[in-house]
Design a protein around this ligand. Sequence first.
Ligand SMILES: O=C(O)CCC(=O)C(=O)O
Length: 283
Amino acid sequence: MLPVNQVCTLNCPTDGDQLSEQQLEQYAADGVLLVKQLFDPDEFLPLRNDLAGRLSLLEQHFGLEVEENANQISQISDRLRQIEQRCPGTQSILYDAMNAAPSLHATGTHPKLMGILKQLLSPEISIHDRYIILMSMPDAEWHLASWHQDWYYNEGPYSTITLYAPLQKTDHRNGSLTFALGEHQKPPVPHDEHDHGIRTKWHSLPPDVVQGFDRVVPTALDVGDVLLFHSLTPHTPSKNQSEHVRFVLNLRYRDLRDPQFLQDGWRIKDITHARKAMQRTAS
Ligand SMILES: O=C(O)CCC(=O)C(=O)O
């Protein structure tokens, strides 16, 4: 594997939020941009408060002890693990409820972020309607996305950018992403059920395609760091082998100026195949 510094990096606090020609060219070549400290870690407080507040309501609803103001990520993780153990399925209720949390919508349109996205896409951007906080439970496999291209799951213009911003330090041990650089320049690869060493509901890239990647890069992120990547850039998380839930802000941005997207009336083609795979249960 290549070292993480092979990913095009913008140091937001020192370089500002303007991408240089060289960074734009590197993003075009690699399909991934790492923005160091785009967010001040304190800017995640509203997200943590929304998570903690919804958890309090669920604890109350299920007759558990209500933990008020326990909004540190480790506390939110402990609370989520406990409620999921006592009332299985609550993680998925919280996941869906976070889709409409005001803090996600505000963080996803942060001016610094929009400034960078406009440089990578165009001034006319639309945000995918799923506002996601990934909540990857320790040792979970069924919900783990093995090697894939986001385009298979979301369609739309190839240029669509995924944002990945962890709410805690994230590295290989708690499930950080690994990328295959430069592969986004090739056409999309068909996905299906494949064995990448875990039993998951996700359709993925064929193992022989993955073995053919020659620039594979792991990542390690601090709170406030953001990864932005192209919808055809193959990537995989590792299994979360820590004792904490891994929380990640996860959004997608589309370019309304993309000629094919405009031609399609800004509509998405059929992704029933992917939706069906995602609806499968573990049994
Ligand atoms: O971190 C994860 O568990 C999956 C994230 C991912 O694959 C994505 O953002 O497309």
